[in-house]
Design a protein around this ligand. Sequence first.
Ligand SMILES: Nc1nc2c(ncn2[C@@H]2O[C@H](COP(=O)(O)OP(=O)(O)OP(=O)(O)O)[C@@H](O)[C@H]2O)c(=O)[nH]1
Ligand SMILES: [Mg+2]
Length: 350
Amino acid sequence: MAGRILLKKVRIGIIGAGGGGTNAVANNAHKFAPFNIDFLAINTDEQALQKSGKSNYKYFERKLIGKKITNGLGAGSNPEIGWKAAAEEKEWIKSWLREKKLIFIVTGLGGGTGSGAAPYVTKLAKELGITTICISTIPFAFEGKERTENALSGLKTIEKYADLSIVINNNDLFKQHSENTVESTFLTADKLLGDAIITILNLMLEDSYINVDFADIEKVIKGAKGGFISITFAKDVNDKGLKENSSKFDKAIKQLLDHTIVPTEMKTAKRAVLSISGPNKILKMDYVRYIINSILENVNANLDIIFGLTNNNELGNNLKISLILTGMKELIVTDNIVGIEEKFLHKKTK
Ligand SMILES: Nc1nc2c(ncn2[C@@H]2O[C@H](COP(=O)(O)OP(=O)(O)OP(=O)(O)O)[C@@H](O)[C@H]2O)c(=O)[nH]1
Ligand SMILES: [Mg+2]
């Protein structure tokens, strides 16, 4: 199987940084199990770290960072401490990273550990030439101004070094599901963080007619900066022809692109990876052509698309459509925000 061979060549790691990031990775670990991935949870908070990732997952490693400066008690919402804590373990983290080709860094921005350590690890990964995708959340406004400032300052440095940064804004999630509790909104965020990773992994590792491999993904992701990931299903598709099914595809594509949780200007995207999978009998060329064309129409006619097609009989009467768009003009963080790196360097030279 193409996927398995790929796995041997491409070592993949997922790092959760801070309390939220670690939870998100731990809550999704079962989904990643088939992919033979190395996990790393880093936190300054020893107790939270021990509680995280209860899954007996063989490759789930926990590393307490910043023992010297925090004594295992957390970074107290100070991202500079998170940065310094990661720096304390620079050599350890580097050796963990070394064999990897691709890493995902997952964090809930806003506190001290994630907002400092995630940018630090991103910078380290960049120096090692590893393709790095950061997936982070921005805190709820009601968590206070300081948390938002922490988040944006961390994000500024992440955007500087990551190949691709995907941001989920908790406030948008809450707008969409205002009846939810904070806890269930966190769980929704956890799920989205996990889905973003799974989408990319599936694209690379599914055994396909038209295969998307690591080199394809890398081409779309490397240096892409802002990005968008979405996954949806066209439901109850039958083999009776396009006329019978086009409205189902329209509905799915609307969902696919109506992803307000990722606040990027989609129409400025330059490159895409698109994958369609489903059972053979409904993987028809005219269906596929229709879906591609309508994505081009809705996003950007000049979009450079890498396309994958996968037979998957487990999907019943549904087609799964996965899309990564990259190369958007807009990044989230604006010029007037000082990155955690600059803040830290500035203080150090004082
Ligand atoms: N998705 C998700 N987000 C969370 C969760 N817990 C907290 N968050 C979000 O992540 C942000 C950062 O919180 P933590 O991860 O607890 O902070 P930290 O990085 O551990 O930093 P310190 O505790 O200050 O060292 C919060 O402001 C929340 O918006 C969680 O379980 N899941
Ligand atoms: Mg914490």
